[in-house]
Write a protein that binds this ligand. Structure first.
Ligand SMILES: [Zn+2]
Length: 250
């Protein structure tokens, strides 16, 4: 699973941002390690530990204390990409390490599960991150469903996200491409939405997230239909990304 977005919200059906309090308990259990004097140290749920092997949290010891970053940390002012996608949707700084930011967006943990559940996403399944032997990039596939409500009736949209880490350097940056294919949405067989997530560590415990997007076509589509599809698809993505602000509260 991931904290990524769906290009399948009905723009006519406004989404309600996820209330921060939903995450308060989850965040304490999964993203912070409380070691108050006299209090027994909270342990991360066994499930989370088991699944950490493919996430950045694998650097942490079982007691939840992060291992120290390497001395030769490579902080960057901006991501190493030569180009980005047409539409910039997010440009935001976080007071987090890039490893933690990556885990909050692409990890498999209770925070991500709660976030996606609050977005009404269900039947959520992510394959493990595995290395593509040809490209040597880490890849995975995320599938999920979301109810779709419109004036024409209720239905379900099925989403498949093909995620590829195009470039990564531990403690420095992660460049992740996410291609989102939807079925059950109007004209869903004619296009998909490409997203690029650029996560960069800019200083100690400071990182930057930039998300760019563009609509790509699988079939020939006439001009005015392209405009309609792009307007609605990008608007839907923007709605689903607005909840990324929840990370600010961490
Ligand atoms: Zn970039």
């Amino acid at each position: 699973m991931s904290l990524c977005c769906h290009a399948n919200h009905d723009p006519s059906c406004p989404d309600v941002p996820v209330p921060p309090e939903i995450f308060s308990n989850v965040l304490q259990d999964t993203t912070k390690c409380k070691t108050k004097k006299g209090k027994k140290k909270k342990r991360v749920a066994p499930l989370a530990i088991n699944r950490r092997t493919n996430s950045s949290e694998s650097d942490e010891e079982d007691n939840g204390i992060p291992s120290p970053p390497p001395v030769n940390n490579c902080y960057l002012a901006k991501c190493p990409c030569e180009t980005h996608l047409h539409k910039q949707l997010v440009e935001r700084n976080y007071q987090l390490s890039v490893e933690k930011l990556f885990d909050l967006i692409f990890g498999d943990n209770e925070f991500v599960r709660t976030y996606r559940s609050a977005q009404r996403i269900y039947d959520d399944h992510a394959t493990e991150w595995t290395i593509n032997p040809q490209s040597q990039n880490r890849e995975r596939v995320v599938t999920s469903k979301i109810p779709f409500v419109s004036v024409l009736g209720n239905s379900t949209i099925s989403s498949t996200e093909k995620q590829v880490i195009r470039n990564e350097k531990k403690y420095s940056y992660y460049i992740v491409d996410n291609d989102i294919y939807n079925t059950g949405v109007k004209f869903g067989d004619t296009f998909y939405v490409a997203l690029r997530y650029c996560l960069v560590q800019t200083a100690v415990n400071h990182s930057n997230l930039r998300i760019t997007a563009e609509v790509r076509y699988l079939k020939t589509v006439i001009g005015f239909m392209k405009n309609l599809i792009e307007k609605n698809a990008i608007a839907a993505i923007q709605v689903s990304l607005q909840d990324l602000s929840i990370i600010d509260s961490i």
